[in-house]
Design a protein around this ligand. Structure first.
Ligand code: G3H
Ligand code: 13P
Ligand code: ZN
Length: 324
Protein backbone atom coordinates (compact mmCIF):
# COMPACT_ATOMS: atom_id res chain seq x y z
CA UNK A 1 0.00 0.00 0.00
CA UNK A 2 1.31 3.42 -0.97
CA UNK A 3 2.42 5.66 1.91
CA UNK A 4 1.58 9.38 1.88
CA UNK A 5 4.65 11.33 2.96
CA UNK A 6 2.47 13.98 4.60
CA UNK A 7 1.28 11.39 7.09
CA UNK A 8 4.92 10.84 8.05
CA UNK A 9 5.35 14.52 8.92
CA UNK A 10 7.50 15.20 5.86
CA UNK A 11 7.20 18.08 3.39
CA UNK A 12 8.18 18.43 -0.26
CA UNK A 13 10.85 20.96 -1.26
CA UNK A 14 8.63 23.64 -2.86
CA UNK A 15 8.14 25.94 0.13
CA UNK A 16 11.68 25.26 1.40
CA UNK A 17 13.15 26.48 -1.87
CA UNK A 18 10.86 29.50 -2.09
CA UNK A 19 12.05 30.63 1.34
CA UNK A 20 15.68 29.83 0.55
CA UNK A 21 15.48 31.90 -2.62
CA UNK A 22 13.95 34.85 -0.77
CA UNK A 23 16.32 34.52 2.19
CA UNK A 24 19.43 34.01 0.03
CA UNK A 25 20.57 30.79 1.66
CA UNK A 26 20.67 27.13 0.61
CA UNK A 27 18.92 24.16 2.20
CA UNK A 28 21.36 21.39 3.14
CA UNK A 29 20.84 18.01 1.49
CA UNK A 30 22.74 15.46 3.53
CA UNK A 31 23.04 11.78 2.56
CA UNK A 32 22.56 9.10 5.17
CA UNK A 33 23.13 5.35 5.19
CA UNK A 34 22.98 4.49 8.87
CA UNK A 35 21.56 5.52 12.23
CA UNK A 36 24.54 7.54 13.45
CA UNK A 37 24.68 9.69 10.30
CA UNK A 38 20.97 10.34 10.55
CA UNK A 39 21.25 11.27 14.23
CA UNK A 40 24.08 13.72 13.47
CA UNK A 41 22.03 15.37 10.72
CA UNK A 42 18.95 15.69 12.91
CA UNK A 43 20.93 17.02 15.87
CA UNK A 44 22.66 19.64 13.73
CA UNK A 45 19.52 20.75 11.93
CA UNK A 46 17.10 20.34 14.85
CA UNK A 47 19.24 22.23 17.38
CA UNK A 48 20.38 24.77 14.80
CA UNK A 49 16.87 25.36 13.42
CA UNK A 50 17.72 24.51 9.81
CA UNK A 51 15.35 23.02 7.24
CA UNK A 52 16.82 19.77 5.96
CA UNK A 53 16.63 17.40 3.03
CA UNK A 54 17.46 13.82 3.98
CA UNK A 55 18.96 12.14 0.94
CA UNK A 56 18.89 8.47 0.11
CA UNK A 57 20.93 7.19 -2.81
CA UNK A 58 20.46 3.94 -4.69
CA UNK A 59 23.57 2.72 -2.90
CA UNK A 60 22.04 3.59 0.47
CA UNK A 61 18.89 1.65 -0.38
CA UNK A 62 20.97 -1.37 -1.28
CA UNK A 63 23.14 -1.03 1.82
CA UNK A 64 20.55 -0.37 4.48
CA UNK A 65 17.31 -1.72 2.97
CA UNK A 66 14.75 0.64 1.49
CA UNK A 67 12.03 -0.14 4.03
CA UNK A 68 14.33 0.34 6.99
CA UNK A 69 15.54 3.70 5.62
CA UNK A 70 11.99 4.92 5.20
CA UNK A 71 11.13 4.01 8.79
CA UNK A 72 14.36 5.62 9.96
CA UNK A 73 13.32 8.87 8.30
CA UNK A 74 9.89 8.60 9.94
CA UNK A 75 11.62 7.99 13.27
CA UNK A 76 13.88 10.99 12.70
CA UNK A 77 10.84 13.22 12.23
CA UNK A 78 9.19 11.87 15.39
CA UNK A 79 12.39 12.25 17.44
CA UNK A 80 12.93 15.81 16.23
CA UNK A 81 9.36 16.82 17.12
CA UNK A 82 9.70 15.19 20.56
CA UNK A 83 12.79 17.32 21.11
CA UNK A 84 10.67 20.38 20.41
CA UNK A 85 11.89 21.29 16.94
CA UNK A 86 9.52 22.16 14.14
CA UNK A 87 11.98 22.26 11.21
CA UNK A 88 10.73 21.24 7.75
CA UNK A 89 12.12 17.82 6.76
CA UNK A 90 12.06 16.36 3.24
CA UNK A 91 12.94 12.80 2.27
CA UNK A 92 14.58 12.81 -1.14
CA UNK A 93 15.81 10.18 -3.61
CA UNK A 94 19.33 11.15 -4.68
CA UNK A 95 20.36 10.33 -8.28
CA UNK A 96 17.35 8.20 -9.20
CA UNK A 97 18.15 6.62 -12.54
CA UNK A 98 14.90 4.98 -13.59
CA UNK A 99 11.19 5.82 -13.61
CA UNK A 100 10.53 2.64 -11.61
CA UNK A 101 12.93 3.62 -8.82
CA UNK A 102 11.29 7.04 -8.52
CA UNK A 103 7.84 5.43 -8.34
CA UNK A 104 9.00 2.95 -5.72
CA UNK A 105 10.38 5.76 -3.54
CA UNK A 106 7.26 7.90 -3.94
CA UNK A 107 5.07 4.93 -3.00
CA UNK A 108 7.15 4.28 0.10
CA UNK A 109 6.82 7.85 1.41
CA UNK A 110 9.50 10.03 -0.23
CA UNK A 111 8.45 13.65 -0.58
CA UNK A 112 10.92 14.50 -3.35
CA UNK A 113 12.88 12.62 -6.01
CA UNK A 114 15.74 13.33 -8.34
CA UNK A 115 15.64 11.77 -11.79
CA UNK A 116 19.19 11.97 -13.05
CA UNK A 117 19.02 11.39 -16.78
CA UNK A 118 21.76 13.89 -17.52
CA UNK A 119 23.95 11.24 -19.14
CA UNK A 120 21.27 10.56 -21.78
CA UNK A 121 20.73 12.54 -24.97
CA UNK A 122 18.97 15.84 -24.38
CA UNK A 123 15.61 14.65 -25.77
CA UNK A 124 15.78 11.36 -23.84
CA UNK A 125 16.60 13.29 -20.67
CA UNK A 126 13.50 15.43 -21.25
CA UNK A 127 11.26 12.43 -21.97
CA UNK A 128 12.29 10.48 -18.84
CA UNK A 129 12.26 13.52 -16.56
CA UNK A 130 8.80 14.57 -17.82
CA UNK A 131 7.48 11.05 -17.20
CA UNK A 132 8.65 11.21 -13.56
CA UNK A 133 7.15 14.70 -13.12
CA UNK A 134 3.81 13.48 -14.50
CA UNK A 135 3.77 10.70 -11.91
CA UNK A 136 5.07 12.80 -9.01
CA UNK A 137 3.09 16.03 -9.28
CA UNK A 138 -0.41 14.59 -8.82
CA UNK A 139 0.97 13.16 -5.55
CA UNK A 140 2.44 16.56 -4.59
CA UNK A 141 5.98 15.16 -4.73
CA UNK A 142 8.66 17.52 -6.07
CA UNK A 143 11.15 16.53 -8.76
CA UNK A 144 14.76 17.54 -9.35
CA UNK A 145 16.22 17.12 -12.84
CA UNK A 146 19.78 17.55 -14.07
CA UNK A 147 21.39 19.16 -17.10
CA UNK A 148 25.10 18.82 -17.71
CA UNK A 149 27.29 16.06 -16.31
CA UNK A 150 29.45 16.44 -13.24
CA UNK A 151 33.04 15.48 -13.90
CA UNK A 152 34.07 12.17 -12.43
CA UNK A 153 37.05 11.57 -10.21
CA UNK A 154 39.38 10.82 -13.07
CA UNK A 155 38.21 13.62 -15.33
CA UNK A 156 40.09 16.87 -15.62
CA UNK A 157 37.44 19.35 -14.56
CA UNK A 158 39.15 22.34 -16.15
CA UNK A 159 39.43 20.65 -19.54
CA UNK A 160 36.05 18.98 -19.70
CA UNK A 161 34.16 22.09 -20.76
CA UNK A 162 31.57 20.08 -22.65
CA UNK A 163 30.37 18.60 -19.35
CA UNK A 164 29.24 21.95 -18.03
CA UNK A 165 25.55 22.83 -18.23
CA UNK A 166 24.69 24.77 -21.37
CA UNK A 167 22.68 27.80 -20.17
CA UNK A 168 20.89 28.03 -23.53
CA UNK A 169 19.16 24.71 -22.74
CA UNK A 170 17.85 25.36 -19.23
CA UNK A 171 14.68 27.28 -20.09
CA UNK A 172 13.56 24.75 -22.66
CA UNK A 173 14.37 21.83 -20.30
CA UNK A 174 12.49 23.26 -17.34
CA UNK A 175 9.55 24.36 -19.47
CA UNK A 176 9.13 21.02 -21.21
CA UNK A 177 9.70 18.76 -18.19
CA UNK A 178 7.97 20.75 -15.43
CA UNK A 179 10.72 20.00 -12.89
CA UNK A 180 10.71 21.89 -9.58
CA UNK A 181 14.48 22.34 -9.36
CA UNK A 182 17.47 21.86 -11.63
CA UNK A 183 20.91 20.46 -10.82
CA UNK A 184 23.61 22.09 -12.92
CA UNK A 185 27.26 21.39 -13.58
CA UNK A 186 29.58 24.33 -12.90
CA UNK A 187 32.79 22.60 -11.85
CA UNK A 188 31.86 20.55 -8.80
CA UNK A 189 32.19 16.77 -8.84
CA UNK A 190 31.37 13.84 -6.59
CA UNK A 191 33.74 12.28 -4.10
CA UNK A 192 36.83 13.40 -2.20
CA UNK A 193 39.18 13.92 -5.14
CA UNK A 194 37.56 16.77 -7.02
CA UNK A 195 40.64 18.47 -8.46
CA UNK A 196 44.03 17.35 -9.69
CA UNK A 197 45.95 19.98 -7.76
CA UNK A 198 48.72 20.00 -5.17
CA UNK A 199 47.35 22.62 -2.79
CA UNK A 200 44.16 24.46 -1.82
CA UNK A 201 45.48 27.61 -3.54
CA UNK A 202 45.43 25.86 -6.92
CA UNK A 203 41.75 24.86 -6.80
CA UNK A 204 40.03 26.40 -9.85
CA UNK A 205 36.98 28.58 -9.06
CA UNK A 206 33.51 27.34 -9.87
CA UNK A 207 32.00 28.63 -13.12
CA UNK A 208 29.83 31.34 -11.58
CA UNK A 209 29.40 32.79 -15.07
CA UNK A 210 27.39 29.70 -16.07
CA UNK A 211 25.36 29.89 -12.86
CA UNK A 212 24.58 33.56 -13.50
CA UNK A 213 23.49 32.87 -17.05
CA UNK A 214 21.19 30.08 -15.82
CA UNK A 215 19.73 32.48 -13.23
CA UNK A 216 19.08 35.10 -15.89
CA UNK A 217 17.27 32.61 -18.08
CA UNK A 218 15.29 31.12 -15.17
CA UNK A 219 14.55 34.01 -12.79
CA UNK A 220 13.58 32.79 -9.32
CA UNK A 221 13.99 29.12 -10.21
CA UNK A 222 15.73 26.83 -7.66
CA UNK A 223 19.16 25.58 -8.73
CA UNK A 224 20.87 22.58 -7.10
CA UNK A 225 24.57 22.04 -6.55
CA UNK A 226 25.81 18.45 -6.32
CA UNK A 227 29.33 17.43 -5.38
CA UNK A 228 29.58 20.27 -2.88
CA UNK A 229 31.67 18.76 -0.10
CA UNK A 230 34.59 20.91 0.99
CA UNK A 231 36.65 17.78 1.70
CA UNK A 232 37.53 19.45 4.99
CA UNK A 233 41.36 19.56 5.16
CA UNK A 234 41.33 18.95 8.94
CA UNK A 235 39.66 15.58 8.38
CA UNK A 236 41.81 14.59 5.42
CA UNK A 237 44.78 15.25 7.71
CA UNK A 238 43.24 13.23 10.54
CA UNK A 239 42.71 10.27 8.22
CA UNK A 240 46.27 10.50 6.92
CA UNK A 241 47.69 10.95 10.42
CA UNK A 242 45.96 7.82 11.66
CA UNK A 243 46.88 5.33 8.99
CA UNK A 244 44.73 6.34 6.02
CA UNK A 245 45.88 7.35 2.55
CA UNK A 246 44.00 10.32 1.13
CA UNK A 247 46.79 12.42 -0.30
CA UNK A 248 45.49 14.80 -2.97
CA UNK A 249 41.92 14.96 -1.65
CA UNK A 250 40.48 18.46 -2.26
CA UNK A 251 36.96 19.88 -2.36
CA UNK A 252 35.00 23.08 -2.86
CA UNK A 253 36.27 25.94 -0.66
CA UNK A 254 33.68 27.29 1.77
CA UNK A 255 33.76 30.85 0.40
CA UNK A 256 32.63 29.58 -3.00
CA UNK A 257 29.76 27.65 -1.46
CA UNK A 258 28.75 30.74 0.51
CA UNK A 259 28.62 32.71 -2.71
CA UNK A 260 26.56 29.97 -4.39
CA UNK A 261 24.15 29.76 -1.44
CA UNK A 262 23.41 33.49 -1.71
CA UNK A 263 22.43 33.04 -5.38
CA UNK A 264 19.68 30.93 -6.96
CA UNK A 265 21.32 27.81 -5.54
CA UNK A 266 18.68 26.61 -3.07
CA UNK A 267 19.96 23.08 -2.36
CA UNK A 268 23.54 22.03 -1.67
CA UNK A 269 24.38 18.31 -1.64
CA UNK A 270 26.95 17.03 0.83
CA UNK A 271 27.91 13.40 1.37
CA UNK A 272 31.69 12.96 1.21
CA UNK A 273 32.40 15.35 4.10
CA UNK A 274 30.26 13.16 6.36
CA UNK A 275 32.20 10.09 5.29
CA UNK A 276 35.52 11.79 5.99
CA UNK A 277 34.51 12.88 9.49
CA UNK A 278 33.34 9.39 10.46
CA UNK A 279 36.43 7.72 8.99
CA UNK A 280 38.85 10.20 10.58
CA UNK A 281 37.25 10.08 14.01
CA UNK A 282 36.95 6.28 14.04
CA UNK A 283 40.58 5.86 12.95
CA UNK A 284 41.74 8.29 15.64
CA UNK A 285 39.61 6.77 18.39
CA UNK A 286 40.70 3.21 17.71
CA UNK A 287 44.37 4.16 17.48
CA UNK A 288 44.19 6.07 20.77
CA UNK A 289 42.05 3.43 22.51
CA UNK A 290 43.40 0.08 21.28
CA UNK A 291 41.55 -1.92 23.92
CA UNK A 292 38.14 -0.44 23.13
CA UNK A 293 35.73 -2.69 21.25
CA UNK A 294 32.35 -1.10 21.93
CA UNK A 295 31.09 0.46 18.65
CA UNK A 296 29.05 2.96 20.69
CA UNK A 297 32.31 4.53 21.83
CA UNK A 298 33.95 5.13 18.48
CA UNK A 299 30.73 5.67 16.54
CA UNK A 300 29.49 7.94 19.33
CA UNK A 301 32.61 10.09 18.97
CA UNK A 302 32.16 10.18 15.16
CA UNK A 303 28.48 11.06 15.53
CA UNK A 304 29.28 14.00 17.80
CA UNK A 305 31.99 15.35 15.50
CA UNK A 306 29.74 15.01 12.45
CA UNK A 307 26.91 16.92 14.14
CA UNK A 308 29.36 19.72 14.94
CA UNK A 309 30.62 19.92 11.36
CA UNK A 310 27.08 20.00 9.94
CA UNK A 311 26.09 22.72 12.40
CA UNK A 312 29.05 24.74 11.20
CA UNK A 313 28.03 24.24 7.57
CA UNK A 314 24.43 25.27 8.23
CA UNK A 315 25.46 28.35 10.14
CA UNK A 316 28.54 29.61 8.32
CA UNK A 317 28.44 28.13 4.81
CA UNK A 318 24.87 27.49 3.64
CA UNK A 319 23.28 30.11 5.88
CA UNK A 320 20.30 27.86 6.65
CA UNK A 321 20.56 27.84 10.46
CA UNK A 322 17.63 29.54 12.14
CA UNK A 323 15.83 29.99 8.80
CA UNK A 324 12.52 28.18 9.00
O1 G3H B 1 26.10 11.55 -5.33
C1 G3H B 1 26.36 10.49 -4.79
C2 G3H B 1 26.25 10.35 -3.33
O2 G3H B 1 27.42 10.76 -2.71
C3 G3H B 1 25.82 8.98 -2.96
O3 G3H B 1 26.85 8.07 -3.05
O4 G3H B 1 25.86 6.17 -4.32
O5 G3H B 1 27.89 5.84 -2.88
O6 G3H B 1 25.64 6.22 -1.86
P1 G3H B 1 26.54 6.47 -3.02
P1 13P C 1 29.95 15.11 -2.44
O1 13P C 1 30.60 13.85 -2.91
O2 13P C 1 30.77 16.31 -2.84
O3 13P C 1 29.64 15.10 -1.00
O4 13P C 1 28.56 15.26 -3.23
C1 13P C 1 27.42 14.61 -2.76
C2 13P C 1 26.29 14.63 -3.75
O5 13P C 1 26.28 15.34 -4.72
C3 13P C 1 25.16 13.74 -3.47
O6 13P C 1 24.23 13.76 -4.49
ZN1 ZN D 1 25.11 14.12 -6.42
Amino acid sequence: MAVDYKELGLVNTREMFKRAMEGKYAVPAYNFNNMEQLQSIMTACGEGGSPVILQVSRGARNYANQTLLRYMAEGAVAMTRELGSDIPIALHLDHGDTFELCVSCIESGFSSVMIDASHLDYEDNIALTKKVVEYAHPRDVTVEGELGVLAGIEDDVQAEVSHYTKPEEVQDFVGRTGVDSLAISIGTSHGAFKFKVDSVEDIPPLRFDILEECEERLPGFPIVLHGASSVVPEYVKMINDYGGEMTGAFGIPEDQLRKAAASAVCKINIDSDGRLVVTGEVRKYLKENPKEFDPRKYLGQARKALAELLKHKNEFVLGSAGRY
